[in-house]
Design a protein around this ligand. Sequence first.
Ligand code: TXE
Length: 481
Amino acid sequence: MSDIQFFGHIIDGEEVESLDGARFDVWNPWTQEVFAQAAEAGAADAARAVESSRRAFDEGPWPRMGRAERAAAIHRLADLMEERADDLACLDSTNMGKPFAQAKHDVGRSVWNFRFFADHQRDHVGEVYPMDSGHHSYSEFGPAGVVAAISPWNFPLMMATWKIAPAIAWGNTCIIKPSEDTPASVTLLGRLAIEAGFPPGVLNVLNGHGAPAGAALTADERVDRVTFTGSSTTGKAVMASAATHLAPVSLELGGKGANLVFDDADLDNAVHWAVEAIFRNSGQICLAGSRLFVQSGVYDEFMDRFRAAAEALVIGDPFDPATRFSVLASRRHFEKVRGYVESVEEQGGKVLTGGVDEDGAWLVRPTIVTDLPLTAPQYCEEIFGPVCVVNRFETEDDVVALANDTRYGLNAMVFTENLSRAHRVSSRLRAGTVWVNCFFIRDLRTPFGGVGDSGVGREGGNFSREFFTEPKAVVMQIDRG
Ligand code: TXE
């Protein structure tokens, strides 16, 4: 136990223990060993973090400094992240079993989150409304205050930075609570923010469980915005808690993405992205293409190729450069996914390939399931693992109806070489994002979020500006005549 690492809270510019000294174990799911401990926040620690961020907002320089100065500070943090990219990626791979190359890719996207939002706020253009009455009005976007951000374990660093970056860029102060499963990389980020010279309280990291730590943050009336990514069930609790003090929420919740492959698709491309969409990150992606619909004319050929590609994925140690696919992030999550896979046959489905490893690893191999009734839990619920449920379809109308028949609505994919169909179907799909002939490509200027059980609100570009600021109208008299 001597070389075990420790991840404290980052509060007010210092790394600290919990007030009562409580800690929890942090696991490496590949070795199934505890590799670190983290400070475990109670309600008093949450209050201390909020107090610090409140003071930093009400009295500190951050919301008051010039846009360029704030952007420069954020770019300094991004520079440090680039210098420490291997360390950040190593922590995510160790902590959740993500293949190292994918973790490095996530660090790149995390850096870009900071750089993009730093520049976006620095360079943003307001609006002026000339009025016939002899006045004009203009809009101003001032910071909203203290932001509580709660992030999940599937992209520990990337999802946290997606929230932190726009929050602090727009002059807010922020408390991030990473998932209790993955506190490591976000704590290192908090240390780097100190090194970058951020004023105390601008970015606090609170480690701990959903309750009491997360719940104490969302319920604190000194918090002005709550941004959350996680399960739909917890999202509802977060929204109810924030409502007690009327803090606006942005919720990015689960998904059950539909992936539509038409007869005229480029099959090499469709197979490549179908594999990425459900097996990348071991399927632990809210955007996963977990419901795959293949048109009859190409069904047999597509399925042969899809199955072969799934079986060819190299499974192994996240730090082996050859590894493309590894274990699930925790024992708890493995047990959840295992339950879905092991009950496929009793639900009337067939496991075409994959299944649960029986050698004790927290591993579910890339799994393809067919013949399930449309009422089966595996078809309707978010498994959040490497399990693809496949259906055959005949017509465009049929598949649009099938794709939209879900409580979720985060994203969908369409594979077709027919331009009119691509536009028509994208428009008819009930989803926050539709990818045509691709997957996972993101332009940070565009809206991101979901419909129905997939969330509330949109973030990205000006959508983040709306959420993380208090837009104000200033009305001026120009002409007294
Ligand atoms: O989620 P939770 P869990 C889905 C996925 C997964 C399931 C459960 O299907 O299997 O959710 O995962 C914090 N107040 N997604 O249990 O509970 C918690 O500490 C405030 C989809 O990890 O939603 C963590 O930081 N915060 C998803 C975060 O919420 C609370 C990503 C997420 O935990 C809280 C993750 C409370 N009362 C899971 N309770 C996606 N959309 O990508 C918990 N938390």
